[in-house]
Structure formats: structure tokens, C-alpha cells
Design a protein around this ligand. Structure first.
Ligand SMILES: Cc1cc2nc3c(=O)[nH]c(=O)nc-3n(C[C@H](O)[C@H](O)[C@H](O)COP(=O)(O)OP(=O)(O)OC[C@H]3O[C@@H](n4cnc5c(N)ncnc54)[C@H](O)[C@@H]3O)c2cc1C
Length: 468
């Protein structure tokens, strides 16, 4: 058949709006074959998550429906991306494969292997932007070094060139009739069982765009003031950002168009995501070890019981438990709660941040190695953007008083504390016997005693961090 053909390889960019490689393929080639490669190394790998995989499969089903409605389709293949893409390129006689380049260590190795295999088969590899607000490789300090501190990174990042934002295509070329489409497997077919009963948001691009429009139509204006309120105040767009059902570049552009204090603060927060991508791109060893050399020998505790109580949300500290139970039920947790539970794990229980990172990766619908690693190391004080360890040691009681003063968040996720009066909700163990009876929450029976003494553990953390 005469004319040119491009394959668009979808990854964690499961959308049709503002999709640079799809846009370029449609502009430059006669035929476009969209494909998703189910990579078992990711489905089953170190950071595997049944809930996140379920979310991804739902996004894929919707994307396929959208592409079909536009006149095209989505091919699904299973296997090693380099082999699959070369095979498909030969099958459809493709001139090029276009995709959104990524920066995590696994993605870099995979994209290199894909590039080499395509070149070997005489097919042009054409990575495009699409996963970040701007080019995360570019920011450099005055001395030409990569950044390890957020604020100066952000100043440079804000000045970087931005690509245009594209709409969705109006139509797609039809797929070759004889081409096998492949089926999108169910979670069960992948041998997985979803363990997040109430996902925080609906999967797919339509739901994502609706959520973005709702957020930008008003609530974003309060972001600077309210982003730390535990029972609201943030966009909850992170699962959509994670799976690329929203383009972060488009989010930034639309927030900047709205303008004002809230949108400006929100755009700054989005830059943290590019920052941690920049960091891991330039320091890939961070996935296995502390960025700060002196903390690589830090003496962590071995406390299986404490770890189990933390995961189950049964530490006896209401805010920690609320956060961990929100995570278990919805696959999402408010950022302030993430900081408190991460501090509790590393500085009250003295457990290695990598245990927490792995648990978050297992549960979070927005779980992503770049962001998860950067944030865990930030709280553990072992990473970039350094601050003395005690500055990131959060007191779970004072944090709860400050960001959940009436205990709304705590009561939502820890129902056994529902009847506890406001003045005791942050420290239920201080209730008298009579108060415990009256509130229907007897400590040690209905709700655990605190598993540690925060003040004593604070001193213990100092010992560990200073002696390393
Ligand atoms: C220990 C720990 C682990 C984390 N793991 C992840 C993770 O695996 N994936 C993830 O996306 N975020 C992670 N975060 C960052 C942050 O908690 C979430 O991005 C945020 O809570 C998502 O909610 P939101 O969409 O309402 O955020 P908003 O406050 O509305 O922010 C908008 C967007 O900006 C980005 N963003 C905001 N804060 C951060 C941040 N600190 N770092 C990076 N990006 C940010 C997200 O894409 C977010 O959707 C982690 C934070 C901590 C403390």
C-alpha cells in the first residue's frame, strides 16, 4: 500500500487530548497505528500494584473506545516492548514509532532497547515529550550542574520553553483490516486481585477532564490557603496525572490562564513532579539507596509488628491511622497525611523508608517511582532538597490539631473514634475512663493504645541520625 505509516506507542499517556506523539503522527503520516504493549515486567515487577493495574486497564478500555469512535482503534500486544514493536512495525510496514519519552531508570533502559531494535529493523524511533510540564533534562545551575534543591530548580523551570497544547484529533485513520487488535485482559486474567475497594476517582480521560474542569472552575482559587486541609483543598488529580489521562502541560496552561494566587500555587506544586523526575533522571541510584551519602549507613530498626500496625492503620495515633486507612480503601492519601505517616514510619518506628516506599507503590493509584522515591527520601531526610532530619519529623498530634482541628478527616477514616469529643480526638488515650465509656471508645479495646511514645522516639531518631 503506498503512503507512510507510523505506530504510536502509548505508555502512561492514556489520552487523546494534548498528546504530542499522536498529534505529530497524524500530521506527518498517512496511516497511524496506536498500540499499547502490556509489559509483564511492570505488571509483576518490584512496584507492582493490582489496584493501579485495574485502574490502568479501565483507562485502556476507554482509550480504545475513544479511538474506535474516531474511526481508528488501539492494538493491544503482550510482551517485551522492543520485540513487539519491531514485529508490529514489520507487520504494518511502519516507517516510524512515536512515543512519549520517560526518565525513570527502567523506562530509560527500555526506551534504549526499543530504539536500538527499531534502528536495527530500519524503523525510525521518534521519542516525543508528553509526560512532563517541560523538558526535565534541561534545568541546570549557574555552574552547569543538575539541581538538588527545589526552589532554584523551580525558578529555572518556570522560564523553560513550553510546547504548544494540542486538542484531541477529530478523526483517526482506520486500522488495517487484517491486523489483529488483541484483547485487553481482565485483572483476573493477569492473575491479580484488586484490593482497593473504593478507588478515589473514576478511571479514564472523560472523568479526568471533567475533574480538571471542575477543579479549575473554582476550588483551585483556594489552593494556596487550603491545600493542607486534610478533608479537602487539593485537586485529587494525581491518578489522572499518573496515567496521563490528563496532560500536565495542559493542566499548567489552563491553570495559568485562570491566574491568581491559588492557580499560581497549584502550578508551583506541579513543578515538584518535574523536579523529582529531574532528580531521578540524573541520580538513578536513588531508587536503591539514599541520595545523601552519610545516611547510606543509617541504622534502621527491624520491627515487623510496628510495620504491620502502620500498614493496617492501627498505631493508636489517629492521624496516622486515618491516612493509612484512606490509602487502603481508596488508593490515595492527602499529601499532608502522606508526610505524617512517612515521618512516623521512619522517625517514630525507625524503619527504612524503602519499606514505606514499597507499601505506597503497592497501594497508590498515583504510585510512581519518580515521585514516590523523591517524596519518601524527602521525608526521611535522606534525599535531595535537604533539611536537618528534625525539621521533617512531624508530630502526629500537633499536625492533626493544625490541619484537622475538628477531627473531620479522622472520624471519616477511623469510625471507632466517631463519638470522641473534639478536644480529645487527637489524643484519645488522654480520655478518662468515664470519657471512654461515654464516647463508646475504650482505648485498648475499641482503638489501640499508642504503639510508641512520640517524644521518646524523637530522641531515639536524633541518636540514629546523628550517629550515622
Ligand atoms: C511519602 C510520599 C509519597 C508520595 N508518593 C507519590 C507518588 O507515588 N505519586 C505521586 O504522584 N505523588 C506522590 N506524592 C506527592 C503528593 O502527595 C501527591 O502528588 C498528592 O498528594 C496528590 O494529590 P493531588 O492530586 O490532590 O495534589 P495537588 O496538591 O492538587 O497537586 C497537583 C499535582 O501536583 C503534583 N504534586 C503535588 N505535590 C507533589 C509532590 N510533593 N511531589 C510530586 N508531585 C506532586 C501531583 O501530580 C498532583 O496531582 C508523595 C508524597 C509523599 C509525602
Amino acid at each position: 500500500m503506498p503512503g507512510s505509516t507510523a505506530i504510536v506507542w502509548f505508555g502512561r499517556d492514556l489520552r487523546v487530548h494534548d498528546h504530542p506523539s499522536l498529534h505529530a503522527a497524524l500530521a506527518e503520516y498517512d496511516r497511524v497505528v496506536p498500540v499499547f504493549v502490556l509489559d509483564r515486567a511492570l505488571v509483576r515487577g518490584r512496584y507492582a500494584s493490582p489496584a493501579r493495574t485495574a485502574f490502568m486497564l479501565a483507562c485502556l478500555r476507554e482509550l480504545r473506545g475513544t479511538l474506535i469512535a474516531l474511526g481508528g482503534g488501539l492494538v493491544l500486544r503482550d510482551g517485551d516492548p522492543a520485540e513487539v514493536l519491531v514485529g508490529l512495525a514489520q507487520e504494518v510496514d511502519a516507517d516510524a514509532v512515536l512515543w512519549a519519552g520517560d526518565v525513570g531508570p527502567y523506562a530509560i533502559a527500555r526506551d534504549r532497547a526499543v530504539t536500538a531494535a527499531l534502528q536495527g529493523a530500519d524503523v525510525a524511533p521518534r521519542p516525543h515529550p508528553g509526560n512532563f510540564v517541560a523538558d526535565v533534562w534541561k534545568p541546570r545551575t549557574g555552574t552547569g550542574r543538575p539541581y538538588t534543591v527545589f526552589t532554584p530548580f523551580w525558578r529555572t523551570h518556570a522560564m523553560l520553553e513550553r510546547r504548544d497544547v494540542h486538542g484531541a484529533p477529530r478523526s483517526m485513520p482506520a486500522l488495517p483490516e487484517s491486523l489483529a487488535r488483541g484483547t485487553i485482559p481482565s485483572l483476573t486474567e493477569l492473575g491479580l486481585t484488586d484490593d482497593v475497594p473504593e478507588p478515589v476517582c473514576e478511571a479514564g480521560e472523560a472523568a479526568a477532564r471533567k475533574a480538571l474542569t471542575a477543579w479549575l472552575s473554582g476550588p483551585v482559587d483556594e489552593y494556596a490557603k487550603r491545600h493542607d486541609d486534610l478533608s479537602g483543598g487539593t485537586s485529587v488529580l494525581s491518578p489522572h496525572v499518573r496515567w496521563g489521562t490528563l496532560s500536565v502541560r495542559e493542566i499548567e496552561a489552563r491553570a495559568l490562564d485562570r491566574g491568581g494566587e491559588g492557580p499560581t500555587a497549584f502550578v508551583r506544586q506541579l513543578a515538584w513532579r518535574d523536579f523529582y523526575a529531574h532528580v531521578l533522571l540524573l541520580h538513578p541510584a536513588n531508587t536503591r539507596t539514599a541520595f545523601q551519602e552519610r545516611y547510606r549507613t543509617l541504622r534502621w530498626a527491624d520491627d515487623e509488628e510496628g510495620f504491620a500496625a502502620w500498614k493496617a492503620g492501627r498505631t493508636g495515633f489517629p492521624l496516622v491511622d486515618a491516612g493509612m486507612r484512606q490509602l487502603a480503601r481508596t488508593g490515595w492519601m492527602h499529601n499532608r497525611a502522606r508526610m505524617v505517616v512517612a515521618s512516623f514510619l521512619t522517625k517514630d518506628l525507625h524503619l527504612d523508608w524503602q519499606h514505606g516506599e514499597r507499601w505506597f507503590a503497592h497501594k497508590l493509584l498515583d504510585g510512581e517511582p519518580l515521585q514516590n522515591n523523591g517524596n519518601w527520601q524527602w521525608v526521611a531526610s535522606t534525599g535531595v532538597d535537604p533539611a536537618p532530619y528534625f525539621r521533617r519529623m512531624f508530630n502526629p498530634t500537633t499536625q492533626a490539631r493544625r490541619f484537622d482541628p475538628d477531627g473531620v478527616y479522622i472520624r471519616r477514616w477511623v469510625p471507632e473514634l466517631d463519638g470522641v469529643p473534639n478536644q480529645r480526638i487527637h489524643e484519645p488515650w488522654t480520655m478518662s475512663d468515664e470519657e471512654q465509656q461515654a464516647s463508646g471508645c475504650v482505648i485498648g479495646r475499641d482503638y489501640p493504645e499508642p504503639i510508641v511514645d512520640h517524644r521518646a522516639e524523637r530522641a531515639e531518631a536524633a541518636e540514629r541520625y546523628l550517629k550515622t
